[in-house]
Design a protein around this ligand. Structure first.
Ligand SMILES: *Cc1c(COP(=O)(O)O)cnc(C)c1O
Length: 473
């Protein structure tokens, strides 16, 4: 498979180049697959559902063909995924795809762990280690640090703003040992990013060390996220006629979105043949994409802080990929945009718990509310062109061009799968405020709380950072 640049379709690279470069250094474009392959028919139509690993292997194979041999790909997948993505039915028409069973309890583990192992594979045979520098404002850093921990030939330095992230996130970042270390920077997230950028553009430093980034735009983080859409949609298709008593229900997947990498992966899985009818793109007050679907104009804006903070993105970078893969009309026929404010998010955590007994985190709650609204008349109002009060949360789309599945949803012929992107215990206080009790803490989070802080204090100036790099790498 070859990968093309979103900004210049004539610029093509191999999978290895796309992974190792991250983005096109000359145009600033992102990579997308030249074409989207289809899943083997045997895989999607089989009576018994294949295992997560088998689905992962078959989904990934065409994307890495000729560059990673089959046995190696299988080894990468087996090593990356000692966990899966279980589906929890929470009422007769709602399934939660739980994406928090990885080591850091967030869905970013799926992408980051695959990326770490493919990078290590492409880096094999290099004498000098590859040094990864990441600036983080929270979750990305721990997923990346954990994903690369113990991976051969690569080491990772994470920069985070001291005291400006949640105590649990800080613990998750500052307790690594071995080939991963964290610098607690006396400054803001922007300072961290500035230091990393300065290192990348420092020619003399680059002459000494092989530096790389591991950010969320890397294609090797996006592709593996398609695995769980295929897996989850097959599981739901199997059982939903019994649970819902609906004949051949259509599956609508609701994705709590920030940078839109997760939704883009879903679009890829659907094109490959996963039985998904359409998507709801659910955001918090950072509603750039829902507004784009409604008005046809894309206007990036500064991000605003919300309860679902991993989705606080005002200029989602994967918009560029969605737009390179679909026209506006095609996007509107597949995706309904929905947004929810903080009061609505708290209410959604509460109502989900009250109606179903399921404890959901603030990100998943945004998706739950969107789906619950869609199936209980929200799509009907939308089709009738009824507008919510000005500025209020709700479906944001173009009623003249509704998603193809909106009518089915209004007629109650759909079931929903909502993506739960983080474990509720990562947002314990917010969840407690909504439902009146603490979520249960999984053992792997509990354990992190006991580990010693190993972070290295760092001033927010490039000279000190550079001096530290030269002395320590
Ligand atoms: C990163 C993240 C999101 C947003 O995912 P995107 O791919 O950026 O849209 C949602 N929920 C959680 C918990 C996250 O960490």
């Amino acid at each position: 498979m070859r990968y093309r640049d979103t900004r210049d379709a004539s610029r093509m690279v191999s999978f290895a180049q796309a992974v190792m470069q991250g983005m096109d250094p000359e145009t600033g474009g992102l990579y997308i697959p030249e074409s989207i392959p289809t899943l083997p028919t045997g895989l999607v139509s089989r009576k018994s559902i294949p295992s997560f690993r088998e689905i992962a292997f078959e989904t990934a194979r065409p994307f890495v063909e000729g560059e990673i041999p089959d046995d190696e790909l299988m080894a990468i997948i087996a090593d990356a995924y000692p966990f899966t993505a279980p589906v929890a039915p929470i009422d007769p028409t709602t399934y939660v795809l739980e994406l928090f069973h990885g080591p850091t309890c967030a869905f970013k583990d799926f992408g980051a762990r695959f990326m770490a192992r493919t990078m290590s594979w492409f880096n094999r045979g290099e004498k000098k280690a590859l040094h990864i520098l990441v600036a983080t404002s929270g979750d990305t850093g721990s997923a990346v640090g954990s994903a690369f921990h113990g991976v051969e030939g690569i080491d990772v330095t994470i920069l985070y703003p001291r005291g400006k992230i949640s105590p649990l996130q800080e613990k998750q970042l500052s307790t690594f040992d071995g080939n991963v270390r964290a610098l607690s920077v006396e400054g803001t997230f922007d300072d961290c990013q500035r230091l990393v950028k300065a290192a990348f553009t420092d020619e003399a430093l680059r002459g000494k060390f092989r530096l790389s980034s591991a950010n969320s735009i890397n294609i090797s983080r996006l592709l593996p996220q398609a695995f769980y859409y295929v897996y989850g949609s097959l599981l739901v298709r199997e059982r939903c006629p019994y649970d819902s008593k609906i004949d051949c229900p259509s599956l609508v997947v609701t994705v709590p979105s920030g940078n839109f990498g997760n939704l883009t992966s879903g679009l890829i899985a659907r094109r490959m043949g996963a039985p998904i009818r359409g998507f709801i793109a659910a955001t918090n007050a950072n509603r750039t994409v829902p507004d784009w679907l409604a008005t046809g104009r894309y206007e990036a804006r500064p991000s605003v802080a919300t309860l679902s903070n991993a989705m606080d993105v005002g200029a989602p970078s994967n918009y560029e990929r969605m737009q390179a893969m679909y026209s506006l009309d095609e996007a509107r026929s597949l995706i309904a945009g929905y947004w929810l404010d903080d009061a609505g998010t708290t209410e959604a955590m509460r109502s989900c718990h009250e109606k179903t007994g399921y404890v959901i985190d603030p990100h998943g709650a945004v998706a739950w509310r969107a789906w619950d609204h869609a199936r209980s008349g929200g799509m009907r109002d939308f089709l009738d062109g009824k507008k919510a009060a000005r500025g209020a949360s709700g479906f944001k789309g173009n009623a003249k061009r509704p998603p193809e599945w909106a009518k089915d949803c209004a007629e109650r012929k759909c079931v929903g799968m909502i993506l739960e992107t983080a474990h509720p215990a990562k947002f314990g206080e917010t969840v407690r405020a909504a439902i009146g009790r603490d979520p249960t803490i999984p053992e792997r989070l509990e354990r992190v709380l006991q580990l010693p802080d190993r972070s290295i204090p760092m001033a927010a100036d490039y000279a000190s950072f550079r001096e530290w790099l030269v002395a320590s790498l």
